[in-house]
Ligand binder design. Structure first.
Ligand SMILES: C[S@@+](CC[C@H](N)C(=O)[O-])C[C@H]1O[C@@H](n2cnc3c(N)ncnc32)[C@H](O)[C@@H]1O
Length: 472
């Protein structure tokens, strides 16, 4: 197999598949194949069960104190990978009864196991096709265990239980070759597991936690549910890759299309999703040194001593829906900001909803609020989306934002400085990795704040110039 997937203009169209849904692909290097609205993109699991917003300092703390899994700790001894690697794909292809990939081979990367080009790969090539028949889904649960589990037991836990059962079966498991490639188990305790001592004997909570993490870090979600996709799950993540796992409902397989050219020996990476560094460590156990999806959550409160507080809250509530469009996840006083790429004020700046909130927050008289409400009614119903007519007040609102962000930046600075030096003597590998993740997280978010600060500084400077001219 080395099937080149033609784009829409080709005379050899891809088969009829369903519309791609969900993941928004970055515009860069989108291939013809990926842009055909026929394949369904799989989600990585974390989108389903956890908001990507994680309080920063909390997470850093957990990274340094509680972090249990890492690419290094979860990968088996790399030396033992060799034999398994050679045997794994032929085994999976025999099980599937079809060829899965002729251009990829399993190897070792800095991040544990990974897939590498074994031949030249061109952009748009289909590089792997894993039939549904060799994917592990909750349907693989033993019927007697399935009967015991209520609907409240999530799919992650179900897949984790399947892994534990198969692991316990050892060489008798039909998935033995796959299971043996996965990280080793520990110990467990669970009420469900106690019901079947013959199956779960000697399995502990720790085992279950590990199995659970394996699922969250390796499973994909599609219309057919949650699945572990052997071979595909050996691929590592690149936040700017346009290759994602696609689901072909007609052919009942999952495939990956190359988003770029590869030469033999090159590691082939895919995109797990647009995850910021606040999400990656929790769900996958790593961070990216430079993560373009980093974001910062900013909180604003209308102070209780503000005598217009009730009026402001009411006004914001009345106009609350449209602002959700601007921020990924924004409650009344919570906003997500991403890196502002054009500090000179062109292009997308700070979220409009945040600036609108600041304009409302800075109002000092009921008339100002009434003006905003009237303006919203005359426009598209959105509150404070236009610069305030009074440049001084517009400046005040943005200076308030700037001061808030500057204060946050100082906190990040302190947090970064408080990390142990990278070359601290006698630092264990595990701690060094956690420290690195905390560092990546903090510096990434500080970069976002820096960009917001630069944008605000420019905006405020322009406003000051306008005010200066007006006063001449
Ligand atoms: C789906 S598995 C990928 C294969 C994995 N390397 C293995 O050894 O089986 C996901 C795990 O790979 C590691 N990983 C993937 N991409 C990574 C990256 N860019 N940096 C560090 N670790 C990564 C993490 O440990 C993550 O939990």
């Amino acid at each position: 197999m080395h099937s080149h997937f033609p784009g829409p203009a080709s005379s050899d169209p891809p088969p009829t598949l369903c519309t791609r849904r969900g993941r928004k692909l970055p515009k860069r290097r989108r291939t013809n194949s990926l842009s055909t609205p026929m394949l369904q993109g799989g989600h990585r699991l974390s989108k389903l069960w956890r908001s990507p917003i994680t309080p920063l300092f909390n997470l850093c703390h957990r990274l340094l104190i509680n972090f249990k899994f890492s690419s290094l700790s979860q990968a088996k001894g790399l030396d033992s990978l060799d034999e398994e690697c050679e045997e794994f794909l032929p085994w999976l292809e025999r099980k599937a009864g079809v060829e899965i990939s002729s251009v990829l081979s399993i190897g070792k990367s800095a991040y544990g196991r990974s897939l590498f080009a074994s031949e030249i790969i061109r952009t748009g090539d289909c590089i792997s096709k894993v039939p549904y028949s060799v994917q592990i889904t909750p349907d693989n649960l033993l019927p007697k265990i399935k009967a015991l589990l209520s609907n409240k037991v999530g799919t992650v836990a179900k897949l984790a239980i399947i892994l534990l059962v198969e692991q316990k079966m050892g060489q008798d498991s039909e998935w033995a070759s796959y299971i043996s490639c996965l990280p080793q188990h520990g110990e467990i305790h669970s009420t469900v597991l106690e019901q079947f001592p013959e199956i779960f004997e000697s399995i502990t909570l720790k085992d279950f936690m590990r199995a659970y993490f394996l699922v969250t870090s390796r499973a994909w979600e599609s219309t057919k549910g949650l699945s572990l996709i052997p071979f595909t799950d050996f691929m590592n993540h690149d936040g700017v890759s346009d290759s994602i796992v696609l689901f072909d409902e007609d052919k009942k397989l999952s495939e990956v299309i190359a988003d770029r050219n590869y030469v033999p020996g090159q590691e082939v990476l895919i995109n797990y999703g647009n995850f910021p560094n606040a999400t990656l460590p929790l769900d996958f156990g790593f961070t990216l040194p430079y993560n373009i999806h980093d974001q910062v959550q900013i909180h604003f409160n209308i102070p209780y001593h503000d005598c217009l507080r009730e009026m402001k809250l009411e006004l914001l509530q009345q106009h609350s829906t449209p602002k959700l469009k601007d921020a990924i996840n924004c409650s009344e006083d919570t906003f997500l900001i991403k890196e502002v790429r054009s500090p000179r004020g062109k292009g997308k700046g700070l979220p409009q909803s945040l600036r609108a909130f600041a304009r409302v927050l800075c109002c000092t008289a009921p008339e100002e609020l009434s003006d905003l409400a009237m303006e919203a009614a005359q426009m598209d119903g959105r509150l404070a989306r236009q610069p305030l007519k009074d440049s001084r007040r517009e400046l005040l609102a943005h200076e308030m934002l700037l001061s808030h962000i500057t204060h946050l930046m100082q906190k990040y600075d302190v947090a970064i400085k408080s990390l142990a030096p990278a070359n601290f003597p006698s630092m264990s590998k595990k701690f060094a990795l956690r420290r690195q993740m905390a560092h990546d997280l903090l510096t990434g978010e500080l970069r976002v704040l820096n960009s917001a600060s630069a944008w605000l500084n420019n905006y405020c400077a322009a406003l000051r110039a306008t005010i200066h001219c007006q006063s001449q």
